[in-house]
Design a protein around this ligand. Structure first.
Ligand code: CO
Length: 136
């Protein structure tokens, strides 16, 4: 079901400040920036060897990412797996009694479909499933 890791997401308080840190300190370069409406987050992606680090800043008070940063501080937020057929993967997980945050996929960055698994079912790690745009 899982093909590879699409990205590792890090929640930050200030995206520009974090991007500067990653560029100056780690020598990485941003490969993609986007505002993702469905989650009300700004993202900056650094592609690294077939996967990516994705920095996330919540843009509203009701954003889960902002709440995360306010409660726990910035840090590792989730790991995203690429799957071929997200509906099928969700059905497979549901059949095993796995709790899902998203019962149906939401639109993610760059026309992907995404859904989160509830961390209560994965020993407290937040995992995201990503179905890449079929055109690519
Ligand atoms: Co993600």
């Amino acid at each position: 079901m899982i093909r590879t890791i699409d990205h590792i997401a890090i929640a930050v308080a200030d995206l520009d400040e974090a991007v500067e840190l990653y560029e100056k300190t780690l020598g990485l370069r941003v490969t993609h920036r986007e505002h993702v409406d469905s989650f009300n987050v700004d993202i900056a992606t650094f592609e690294i060897g077939g996967t990516a680090i994705e920095l996330l800043e919540g843009k509203s008070d009701d954003s889960a990412v902002r709440k995360f940063v306010e409660t726990r501080g910035p840090g590792l937020h989730h790991i995203a797996f690429v799957v071929d057929d997200i509906e099928k993967s969700l059905a497979t997980l549901r059949a095993q009694g796995v709790r899902l945050i998203d019962e149906t996929p939401r639109r993610g960055k760059e026309d992907t479909l995404v859904a989160f698994i509830h961390p209560k079912s994965t020993q407290k790690v937040l995992y995201e499933l990503v179905q890449l745009n079929k055109k690519r």
